[in-house]
Design a protein around this ligand. Structure first.
Ligand code: V0D
Length: 254
């Protein structure tokens, strides 16, 4: 009831080109690319781009929630990103705290649950502490799930699943003949989360870059040249409307 009222009052606001609320994708994944290039274009340090990108995270989280997206998965930091200059990595590792300090109350008010995909153990302890606290605080929220992929890599995720299956086979717990998709699904970090319906990548690159490779088998892809810090509600809704116009086929006859 509370949630409904909240949704209604927020939806009274009319946004240009708001998508039809029927047929909104259940799960949207986003590769938030172009923060560095956004900064460079303005003669700013890369970290200024990352901070500006955080504003887009806030806006897109609200925009997704407003139209009834159930799961929003954002690629915030890949296992490859450790190769960046140390001071840039240090800055990035402070962003979760900064984001949560500013936004956790709003997320609570909007009934959003935060989940993390990726290996948190490798992160600085201050980063782990604030993220764990946020996951704990929001774990009983029943609204949209905000999945943050952080220190995530899809091949490692699949390798870990294969290793786990191999161990179970060796221990006699699993018959090789009975290994099916659910044996893999249940060993991925996304276990229990339906596959993305739509994947958005900003900033002009047309690749998956080791993001949700198994999970995106049937996902609709949408690319834009817009840099992530410039990606706002109107652009998000443009992607949703493009998705709604496509007929989804799943390889069979429609
Ligand atoms: C930088 C653009 C929010 C992409 C967005 C360390 C790169 C801003 C979070 C966040 C990042 C993380 C955990 C959480 C809540 C929010 C974040 C990173 C980078 C990786 F529980 N923005 N953000 N995390 N950037």
């Amino acid at each position: 009831m509370f949630k409904l009222k909240q949704l209604f009052s927020r939806q009274k606001k009319t946004y240009a080109n708001k998508p039809d609320l029927a047929g909104v994708p259940y799960h949207v994944a986003v590769i938030m690319d172009g923060n560095g290039r956004w900064a460079k274009k303005r003669g700013l340090p890369r970290i200024a781009g990352h901070r500006a990108g955080m504003e887009s995270v806030k806006e897109i989280t609200t925009a997704a929630d407003d139209i009834g997206v159930q799961i929003l998965t954002l690629y915030a930091f890949s296992t490859e990103n450790w190769k960046r200059p140390e001071q840039e990595v240090d800055f990035l590792m402070r962003l979760p705290q900064e984001f949560l300090l500013l936004e956790l109350e709003t997320l609570m008010k909007n009934n959003v649950r935060i989940r993390i995909l990726g290996d948190l153990d490798a992160l600085p302890s201050h980063t782990q502490t604030s993220i764990n606290a946020a996951c704990e605080k929001t774990k009983n929220n029943t609204g949209m799930v905000l999945n943050i992929a952080l220190n995530y890599g899809s091949r490692t995720e699949i390798l870990d699943a294969i290793r786990s299956i191999a161990k179970d086979v060796k221990a006699g717990l699993l018959d090789p003949e009975s290994i099916d998709e659910s044996a893999i699904n249940s060993r991925l970090m996304t276990q229990g989360i339906p596959d993305p319906d739509l994947l958005i990548r900003t900033s002009g690159e047309l690749r998956l870059s080791n993001f949700l490779l198994w999970q995106c088998a049937y996902t609709e892809l949408w690319f834009t040249d817009i840099f992530w810090p410039d990606f706002k509600r109107e652009h998000f809704y443009e992607a949703i409307r493009a998705y709604q116009k496509r007929g989804r086929r799943f390889g069979g006859l429609k």
